[in-house]
Ligand binder design. Structure first.
Ligand code: ATP
Length: 241
């Protein structure tokens, strides 16, 4: 079953067609990786799905409800959490204060929503480094720790669908592996669904179930991660590794 169905989605910025008739189905309890070069339209896809940008055509269905063009503020209540590119934290607030902002999003979620991270303690158990530094200001964190903080904050809103935009950007391979393995474990253990946008195709496919490759706003390949990883022609043609 698909938790998210994107059909014929087109998004334009003036004369630029960032997305051109995009179809993506995100299966429940799986990680779907959206891959592609700079400017392929990956960020535009997440921004359109989360309502930050209005599409010019197409539909987005979340859990069977048409959410196309709905305000972005309503998405958290509908069970979607978006972790944008750039690891935006409130620098002068402590780690714990930043996390509490995520908990506010959970207030309007049904209390019986299955969620792997419901309390601050759950977040600290998942990311012990955040617990150790809970009273430190967020600007003191490293890039990897910041990425953990924004993921933990998003999870505290109890989403069923997590949108992750380029979590690996600028991080050392060891830290990327640590964060990605945690995301995969969460999905395996809790049934969370993840739509992951990445330029780092190799790392993304190591945890994803399905890969979707965008090029100039169009879907050029949709395949299981296993096939994409093992098919040298597909890899060389579309993923550059
Ligand atoms: N706010 C904007 N105004 C005008 N054009 C934009 C805007 N945002 C993106 N674009 C253009 O839309 C296209 C898709 O960009 P998008 O950022 O979605 O790609 P991307 O695959 O996420 O790339 P990146 O990895 O650089 O973020 C590009 O041609 C980009 O220049």
């Amino acid at each position: 079953m698909s938790v998210l169905e994107i059909k014929n989605l087109t998004t334009t910025y003036g004369p630029v067609k960032a997305l051109d008739s995009v179809d993506v189905a995100v299966e429940t309890g799986q990680i779907t990786a959206v891959l592609g070069a700079n400017g392929a339209g990956k960020t535009s896809l997440l921004r359109t799905v989360s309502g930050l940008v209005k599409p010019t055509a197409g539909t987005i269905t979340l859990d069977g409800t048409d959410i196309t063009g709905k305000p972005t503020e309503s998405m958290v209540h509908r069970g979607m959490a978006h972790v944008p590119e750039g690891r935006g934290v409130i620098a002068e607030l402590t780690i714990e204060e930043n996390l509490r902002l995520g908990m506010r999003g959970a207030a309007k979620r049904p209390t019986d929503t299955p969620a792997p991270v419901r309390t601050l303690d759950d977040a600290y158990q998942l990311f012990p480094v955040l617990g150790d530094r809970r009273n430190a200001q967020a600007h003191t964190l490293s890039g990897g720790e910041r990425q953990m903080l924004v993921i933990a904050r998003a999870l505290l809103a109890r989403p069923t669908l997590l949108l992750l935009d380029e979590p690996s950007l600028g991080l050392a391979p060891r830290i990327v592996a640590q964060i990605f393995n945690l995301v995969r474990a969460l999905v395996n253990d809790s049934g969370l669904t993840v739509l992951l946008v990445e330029q780092n195709a190799r790392s993304a496919l190591s945890i994803a179930h399905t890969g979707v490759v965008l090029n100039l706003g169009k879907v050029v390949v949709t395949e299981s991660a296993e096939v994409l990883q093992n098919d040298a022609t597909l890899r060389h043609s579309y993923l550059g590794f």
